[in-house]
Design a protein around this ligand. Structure first.
Ligand SMILES: [Zn+2]
Length: 61
């Protein structure tokens, strides 16, 4: 089973050690996630400053 990591800057969930969007390091320690399908029409995406669809961690430690 692969370990899912979360970007420390934009919270994007990925298996990589650095974020494919913003190149920040990722963390293995995170909690909860949201799926953003339409960032333009999502209040959650706006609140979290998310610009691209995908899965995002709610909290990254
Ligand atoms: Zn990122």
């Amino acid at each position: 089973m692969k370990i899912i990591r979360a970007c420390k800057t934009c919270h994007y969930l990925t298996e990589k050690e650095s974020c494919p969007f913003c190149s920040s390091p990722t963390s293995k320690r995170w909690r909860g996630y949201v799926v953003i399908r339409n960032p333009e029409s999502s209040q959650v995406a706006e609140h979290m400053n998310i610009k691209k669809p995908g899965k995002y961690a709610l909290k990254v430690m």
